[in-house]
Write a protein that binds this ligand. Structure first.
Ligand code: NI
Length: 138
């Protein structure tokens, strides 16, 4: 089994908060991420797929095809957007990196499967120091 990964990047604003909580409590729990006037991140997304190496082609899948799927279903909807307000598949979702990874997985799993390839991991780095990895429902 071979695992191959494509990296894409996007820049977006978001805010972590629970509307039913006071600003004080949101700041206490979510820190700077609760800033009422939003804040932004330069996100990096690493999408790993797995499969056998196609003997004729020498690769698992054409990474250009994976990049195209990511651009169409993820990057074009998230880049330079506000994740809380602008992204249809994040409506009513707490825009933590964990939840964003789950929702991105849901967006791309089908299109990747249509190519006969299996999605393995969606990794998102929100900052240089923090990243999450989602391997689907286990
Ligand atoms: Ni944040």
């Amino acid at each position: 089994m071979m695992y191959i990964t494509r990296r894409e990047r996007f820049t977006a604003a978001h805010r972590l908060y629970r509307p039913e909580w006071s600003d004080e409590k949101n700041t206490e729990v979510f820190g700077g991420c609760a800033n009422p006037n939003w804040h932004g991140h330069n996100y990096e997304i690493f999408v790993t797929v797995k499969g056998e190496v196609n003997e004729e082609l020498g690769y698992v899948m054409n990474l250009k095809d994976l990049s195209k799927i990511l651009k169409e279903h993820v990057i074009s909807k998230m880049d330079h957007r506000n994740l809380n307000l602008d992204v249809d598949f994040l409506k009513d979702v707490m825009t933590s990196t964990e939840n964003v990874a789950i929702k991105i997985w849901e967006q791309i799993e089908g299109p990747i499967a249509e190519l006969g390839i299996q999605l393995h991991c969606v990794k998102i780095a929100e900052t240089e120091n923090n990243y999450v990895e989602y391997y689907g429902k286990q």
